[in-house]
Write a protein of this length. Structure first.
Length: 477
């Protein structure tokens, strides 16, 4: 009898244990249900206006961060037998989720926008970007990710600001236990915040952060000793390029207003018989060095043909790094070679090349041209650079002709830092400049130029670079 009582007691204990399990599962289900509703809010905003939603840079970054980070964490939470079907579905879809590299690219674009336009993290988190209020916000998870990215780039000042913003938003947002499922806690933020403060030399502030974090305060001095081992990397110092970067930031910033061209606008009609029949609208931006703009210089049908030809062949054109993780260029592009073209496409390229020759006034063998189609999306940029190569005894790029193929909603201007020039991209506009002195063939260093980051929309263009040969002649000579 006593054995049966013990068995009955064990059965009661097992049932109680089962009820505890059910209650815990229910708590987890309730928590996941609330989190699911919160994660679904951006989708509700996007319904019926997906293109508008995805043109907003805040929405783009939040979506990539959420898809890259959150679902990986949720997968581990969902590893329960009762939800095996959902687990199988997630495993099948895992390869379609953004990878760490995609998240880093999106974070780098946000960082580039912030640095170029000198934006405050809290204002960005509240939807302000380049003087415009957007109908979007960044969560504390978004800000935490941007803080970590700045930390990895050794930008401790911006890392601190993003992490402080994340901490403030965390206190205002939904109960933090929801986000513990996603493996982000106040301790995580405090660790990075104290580390970035210590690395920037703010040791007392770093100590205060650790002391005020319950899960870290007992290890304050140990962590500070670890943080103090950080050594700031030293990068090659180039005063000339540093000045160019400062001008780039100022010219691209919202406060800059491009000066009007000092010279008159006219119709170019003297370099070919065709232009005498159909002159091009030309705006002279600079005589020395030579920089001009042509308006309405390419037809809509030609733009559509170029897109059909090139869009499926685009690949990344990030060409170099400057300092730690600072890419000089971020865009997609494709070089156009005649061997890749059918008869109709060759005729299109030939027609545009003849127009380029008419606009530039340069008579050069078409085989001496480099032709590239480019696309810049959110954060896409090109820091100040020269188009000439400057390598002795090799052919070089004497001139550049750049066609803009679309209107850009915000950002994406071409700037010439030494000339204080800013050219906004507009569909059908063509920008032309000389990279070398046509009299002496000396390199024209004042042709230094760059592309400001794209904030909204995308920028499409096609560039023609003329290569210098000894038989170069000028039509207008």
């Amino acid at each position: 009898m006593s054995g049966k009582l013990e068995l009955l007691k064990l059965n009661v204990e097992l049932i109680e244990n089962l009820n505890n399990y059910v209650n815990q599962m229910q708590q987890k289900i309730d928590k996941l249900s609330r989190l699911s509703q919160q994660l679904a809010n951006p989708l509700k905003l996007a319904m019926g206006r997906e293109k508008e939603f995805l043109s907003n840079p805040f929405n783009i970054f939040s979506l990539i961060r959420h898809m890259s980070n959150d679902w990986t964490q949720l997968e581990s939470v969902m590893q329960q037998p009762v939800v095996q079907a959902q687990m199988d579905y997630m495993r099948e879809r895992r390869a379609q989720l953004p990878q760490f590299e995609d998240l880093e690219e999106a974070a780098a674009a946000m960082h580039r926008i912030q640095v170029t336009f000198r934006l405050d993290p809290m204002e960005m988190a509240n939807g302000w970007l380049d003087g415009t209020q957007y109908d979007a916000r960044l969560s504390y998870l978004d800000c935490f990710e941007l803080g970590k990215h700045s930390f990895r780039m050794d930008d401790m000042g911006n890392a601190t600001n993003w992490l402080l913003t994340a901490r403030q938003l965390m206190a205002k947002e939904s109960p933090s236990d929801l986000y513990e499922i996603l493996n982000v806690t106040s301790s995580d933020i405090a660790w990075y915040l104290a580390n970035s403060l210590a690395a920037a030399g703010n040791l007392n502030e770093a100590r205060d952060v650790l002391l005020n974090e319950p899960k870290l305060n007992s290890r304050t001095e140990e962590l500070l000793a670890e943080f103090m081992k950080y050594e700031k990397p030293e990068y090659p110092h180039d005063p000339e390029m540093q000045e160019a970067d400062e001008k780039y930031t100022r010219l691209c910033g919202a406060s800059h207003k491009p000066k009007p061209s000092r010279l008159i606008c006219n119709y170019k009609m003297d370099s070919s018989p065709f232009l005498r029949l159909a002159p091009l609208k030309m705006e002279m931006l600079s005589m020395d060095p030579y920089v001009v703009v042509f308006h309405e210089a390419i037809y809509d049908s030609e733009i559509d043909e170029l897109r059909r030809l090139c869009e499926s062949r685009l690949s990344r054109t990030e060409i170099a790094k400057q300092g730690k993780n600072k890419s000089i260029r971020s865009s997609s592009g494709v070089w156009i070679f005649e061997l890749d073209l059918n008869r109709q496409q060759l005729e299109l390229l030939e027609r545009i090349r003849r127009r380029v020759a008419d606009m530039s006034g340069l008579l050069i063998d078409f085989n001496s041209q480099e032709v590239q189609y480019m696309e810049y999306v959110f954060g896409g940029h090109y820091y100040p650079h020269w188009d000439f190569k400057g390598i002795p005894h090799l052919e070089d790029r004497i001139a550049t002709v750049l066609f803009y193929l679309n209107d850009v909603a915000r950002g994406g201007a071409t700037i010439f830092p030494d000339l204080e020039l800013l050219v906004q991209p507009e569909r059908g506009k063509v920008l032309h400049w000389h990279n070398m002195d046509l009299g002496t063939y000396d390199l024209e260093k004042r042709s230094l130029h760059g592309a400001c980051p794209v904030i909204m929309g995308k920028k499409e263009g096609i560039s023609f670079n003329y290569l210098l040969h000894l038989d170069l002649t000028l039509l207008y000579n």
